[in-house]
Design a protein around this ligand. Structure first.
Ligand code: GDD
Ligand code: MG
Length: 353
């Protein structure tokens, strides 16, 4: 079975970080996010993935240039105009006439592909949707199922008064070629607003398969931060790759911790290759520092993400924020919760954000 990754979105809710980098290539603990998904495919014996791109395709080709990442052979399929989630799947038709696994490119989860496929075969459906439970379904595709597990209703981004359950589309599907054939070719088309409602309208059977375990869509700045905190806090089965654990710290090659650097609270701190933390710095909760990040003396960082090459001045304070690549944060500046600084931003000393 081949997998198809939907990675053609512009990632607008994750701006400013996606202005120059497509969402699936943003680093999560110093690895492009898409590699986590390729690892999952590999673990489940999938050896070939079709990458459906529409935005900054060249970036993907460069980042995954050997065409073979995590032991999965990659094939790029570029849309001249974005075809939407459904149009992208239809565009790949003909490359394979077997059951197809389709994944949204911005979800980290622990989907058991084998169990999903067995449930799909047992139910003999043309299309099956993996589901997860969330507190706020308005941000996702609401999927209502019956006692037999078959989907009764699919409603993308419902309003609060339309919510009838807490199961949503987890962004993983299994399709038979007969379902893909229902998608109109060559035009933008949505799986969520087009294909699924249309299948149900025609009385075709669609399975809803609830996947247990961790699930996160990294599509907003808040969730991008949260996925780091979850991994570093041990709430997922994923671990920082290529870093060595020392107490509450994960250290990359050449990373340095100054004298009397203290860690407080639950969680862990990752330092990418050559990152350094100055003397007397205070690190609290979970903190991810990219490669070549420099944190000054006595700085205080709590639950935050600092991307490659950024410099945090002496005595600066960062809390629940994301600092982009090569940012310059002046000494004693402070950045509060929910802030996102795009790549290359500078903050003068003592600024308060
Ligand atoms: N190739 C291609 N072409 N990919 C696209 C296009 C396109 O035109 N448009 C979007 N995508 C990709 C995005 O890159 C992303 O990986 C995936 O499709 C989903 O798009 P998002 O923009 O992230 O959608 P969402 O998060 O609002 O909602 C979707 O995901 C939720 C789960 O995370 C929907 O599928 C919801 O139903 C679902 O609950
Ligand atoms: Mg998304």
């Amino acid at each position: 079975m081949k997998a198809l990754l939907l990675i053609g979105g512009k990632g607008t809710r994750l701006r400013p970080f996606t202005c120059r980098t497509p969402k699936p290539l943003l680093p999560v603990l110093n690895r492009p996010f898409v590699e986590y998904q390729l690892d999952i495919l590999k673990r489940h014996g999938i050896r070939e993935a079709i990458l459906c791109t529409a935005y900054r395709t060249g970036d993907f080709r460069r980042a995954l240039s050997n065409g073979h990442s995590s032991g999965v052979a990659l094939r790029f399929l570029q849309e001249r105009v974005p075809l939407g989630t459904g149009g992208a799947v239809r565009n790949a038709q003909g490359l394979d006439d077997d059951t197809l696994l389709v994944l949204n490119g911005d979800v980290l989860n622990t989907l058991d592909v084998g169990a999903f496929l067995r449930a799909h075969r047992r139910a003999r459906t043309e299309a099956s949707i993996a589901l997860t439970r969330v507190k706020d379904p308005t941000l996702y595709g609401l999927v209502e199922t019956g006692a037999d597990g078959l989907v009764k209703r699919f409603l993308e981004k419902p309003s609060w008064d339309e919510i009838t359950c807490n199961t949503i589309n987890a962004g993983a599907y299994l399709f038979e070629p007969s379902a893909v054939a229902l998608i109109p070719p060559g035009v933008p088309y949505s799986l969520e607003r087009g294909l699924f409602p249309s299948l149900l309208h025609r009385g075709r059977r669609v399975l809803g398969y609830v996947t247990p375990g961790y699930w996160m869509d990294i599509g907003t700045v808040e969730k991008y931060l949260q996925v780091h905190l979850d991994i570093l806090g041990g709430a997922t089965p994923f671990r920082p790759a290529g870093l060595k654990r020392r107490g509450a710290f994960w250290l990359g090659a050449g990373a340095r911790l100054g004298r009397e650097t203290a860690h407080e609270g639950a969680g862990t701190v990752a330092l990418g290759a050559r990152a350094s933390v100055g003397d007397f710095a205070r690190l609290a909760g979970s903190v991810s520092l990219g490669a070549d990040v420099v944190v000054g003396r006595g700085a205080s960082l709590e639950d935050c993400v600092v991307l490659d090459g950024a410099r945090i001045g002496d005595g600066a304070r960062l809390e629940r924020c994301v600092v982009g690549r090569r940012c310059r944060i002046g000494h004693h500046a402070s950045i509060g919760a929910g802030r996102a600084l795009g790549d290359g931003s500078s903050l003068t000393p003592f600024s308060q954000l």
